[in-house]
Design a protein around this ligand. Structure first.
Ligand code: UDP
Length: 454
């Protein structure tokens, strides 16, 4: 990592070399039109949309290519001025899992190339691919269009496989190979955190000079505390959500899958009942989100787990919430828990803190950056239910400690805005285009010299 782009203090457009006019964003397996919080839709969808909107505001048009998964949607949807989602037909509209998508990459790529071929030459200045499947498409498109490829992995199979939850399926070798190819072919790799940059370099042999760190953000206008929020508002929010109006509520928000480990919270409340039954009877665990990935195999597994541990009465399940409903939910609960086995960043942690709710998170991956231990929340080592129960037991009854963490949470989250992310990305885009064009010019000069020799 010769240079780390954190976006801090950078002025949009301050660089002397060209900024892109139009970029092609590739998101094969999940669309920013999908509701995050279940299936394959999560933080990456939020990231792509928030970034695209702000790039368009900075006069960079964004076309987001994604696979068509419904006959109801038109081929092109304008999400905001300058931001278009382009649906590419590749395979059946319904019924394909993410694991089956590698077989559709050729059809998807053909659709992307066809769409670009209908434009005047040189339409896109740069490609930004998200997740390895998109990286494969970007690799071919970059060769065809003669533009650079910026790639963000979001998750890495080697990292995921090293931290698998018990019973979770390892990522297949084909993905590992596919990721290695994209790392080797991309002109720049954007990592969400220094830890991810280290993984790209250490586990995937990425060229350190080509790895840039740009942290994701949070919409600080939407996710914010309401100072002096009256208890009545919080009470009303809990009532609306079907949560108890008295007692403590600890929320898990996200896709229900073994990697995200909502089971840790269910086990923790059971462990708490063993140690402190009076407190445990005042605690409700709210699990917000829908099943995803291997969680789909047994969507009822958590309900069964709660029943087997005798804590059914302490656990509530809520469907995925829209981005507009989430702030009220975060503000209505006492703590948000992120017990993931791995997390490339953890937008939920940032959003909750921005709303003034402290976060208890596993000390893994990007969560170590997203949560400032003992200042904006608490990081827990490992996933042992007793440790998690111990943390809940310390924090929940201690109102003044939680209030201090809540203040720290708002301050910490305030450092992460999407504007800062977009500033960082624009700097990466500009550097990448400049390097690419310089290389092209020197290759052409070399060819010219060869010709004059000949
Ligand atoms: N999310 C949502 N509704 C839900 C649950 C989650 O909109 O019911 C959003 C949440 O606001 C966050 C994203 O989904 O922006 C999850 O991102 P995160 O980085 O926490 O996890 P990922 O899904 O990327 O693994």
């Amino acid at each position: 990592m010769a240079e780390m782009h954190t976006g801090v203090g950078r002025q949009r457009g301050a660089r002397p070399w060209p900024r892109p006019r139009r970029i092609a964003t590739i998101s094969v397996h999940t669309s920013p039109l999908h509701q995050p919080g279940s299936g394959d839709a999560g933080g990456m969808n939020v990231y792509i949309l928030e970034v695209a909107r702000r790039l368009a505001e900075a006069d960079v048009e964004v076309d987001i290519f994604t696979r068509a998964t419904s006959g109801d949607l038109p081929p092109v949807v304008e999400m905001a001025p300058g931001v278009h989602v382009r649906h590419v037909t590749s395979g059946p509209l319904e019924g394909l899992t993410k694991e089956e998508l590698p077989g559709q990459l050729c059809a998807f790529t053909a659709g992307v190339l066809r769409a670009e071929a209908a434009r005047p030459p040189g339409w896109y200045d740069l490609i930004h691919s998200h997740y390895w499947l998109s990286g494969q498409v970007g690799w071919l498109a970059k060769e065809r269009w003669g533009v650079p490829l910026v790639h963000t992995a979001h998750t890495l199979a080697k990292v995921k496989n090293a931290q698998l939850a018990a019973g979770d399926r390892p990522e297949p070798k084909a993905r590992v190979i596919g990721e290695e190819q994209v790392v080797a072919e991309a002109d720049r790799l954007v990592a969400n955190t220094r830890a991810e940059a280290g993984d790209l370099i250490g586990r995937y042999d990425a060229e350190p000079d080509l790895v840039a760190v740009v942290e994701p953000g949070v919409d600080l206008d939407r996710f914010r505390p309401l100072p002096g929020e009256p208890t009545a508002v919080r009470r009303a929010a809990r009532l609306r959500l079907g949560l108890p109006t008295d007692g403590y509520v600890v929320a898990f928000v996200g896709r229900i899958q073994p990697l995200k480990a909502p089971d840790v919270l269910v086990r923790a409340v059971a462990a708490l009942r063993d140690r402190d039954p009076v407190l445990a009877d005042q605690v409700t665990v709210a699990i917000v989100g829908g099943p995803s990935g291997t969680g789909l195999d047994r969507p009822t597994a958590l309900i069964e787990l709660a029943a087997s541990l005798g804590v059914t009465d302490r656990v509530r399940f809520l469907p995925p919430q829209t981005g507009d409903d989430l702030p009220a939910l975060y503000r209505a609960v006492d703590l948000v828990a992120v017990p993931s086995h791995n997390e490339s960043f953890g937008l939920v942690a940032l959003e909750a803190q921005a709303c003034g709710t402290p976060v208890v998170a596993a000390a893994v991956g990007g969560l170590v950056t997203a949560v400032r231990d003992q200042v904006s929340g608490v990081l827990v080592d490992g996933h042992h239910p007793t440790d998690w129960a111990g943390t809940l037991r310390q924090l929940l009854p201690d109102r003044s400690r939680r209030a201090a963490l809540a203040r720290g949470a708002v301050r910490h989250a305030a450092q992460f805005s999407w504007d800062r992310t977009v500033d960082g990305l624009l700097a990466v885009y500009q550097d990448t285009i400049a390097d690419y064009r310089k290389r092209l010019a020197s290759e052409l000069a070399g060819e010219g010299a060869m010709l004059s020799f000949g």
